[in-house]
Design a protein around this ligand. Structure first.
Ligand SMILES: [Zn+2]
Length: 192
């Protein structure tokens, strides 16, 4: 199984973890940027990351792995395959996230929620809401990259494979600007 050091090295090798000077969609500047789909491009690397999650929650009695669109679908599918269980996908609906296309959870079904990157926990929290709304039993939450400054309280065990706190700067008071490091534009991905 991958060590914490191997996880970080994979993120660097695949150019997921970018260290530089980035303009985010919020208008703030940041030293780090995560191009998360660059790991999902490589099924073998994705599978090795999912295996860390599958092994961590091996004894949690998980019956179904749930992931939100878009990256969470890939991670839920592969993690469920490794655990020998079912996967379903939480999509955006006018009433928050929900299960469409004939997919559903049963009351008390034991669920593991997974996603690619967590910053404020938005899509993870919306997915947990959908799980709880179905009356299912949340047994754990796991993400590839945890950027949260303050961990949301999920009421279930949490696993982040790699953690790097978000540190953003106002453009008028950015230490990287002051050092004259060229600014790269990132973070303009469409919302799934
Ligand atoms: Zn700057």
């Amino acid at each position: 199984m991958l060590s914490a050091e191997q996880i970080k090295q994979t993120l660097i090798d695949r150019q997921v973890l970018l260290d530089g000077h980035f303009l985010l969609t919020s208008g703030k500047h940041s030293r780090f940027y995560f191009e998360k789909f660059r790991i999902l491009q490589y099924p073998d690397d994705t599978s090795r990351f999912c295996n860390v999650i599958a092994e961590h929650f091996r004894d949690a009695g998980v019956q179904t792995v749930v992931g939100p669109t878009t990256g969470g679908i890939i991670i839920a599918c592969e993690t469920a395959r490794l655990m020998g269980v079912k996967a379903i996908y939480a999509e955006r609906t006018p009433e928050g996230r929900g299960f469409l296309r004939g997919m559903s959870l049963s009351p008390r079904e034991k669920v593991l929620v997974v996603d690619d990157v967590m910053t404020t926990g938005g899509s993870v929290i919306e997915t947990i809401d959908a799980v709880k709304h179905a009356g299912a039993d949340l047994r754990g939450v796991a993400v590839f990259i945890d950027r949260s400054a303050k961990k949301p309280e999920f009421g279930a065990p949490f696993l982040g494979l790699y953690s790097e706190k978000v540190e953003t700067y106002d453009p008028h008071d950015c230490p990287l600007c002051k050092q004259g490091i060229p600014l790269a534009k990132h973070g303009s991905n469409p919302k799934p």
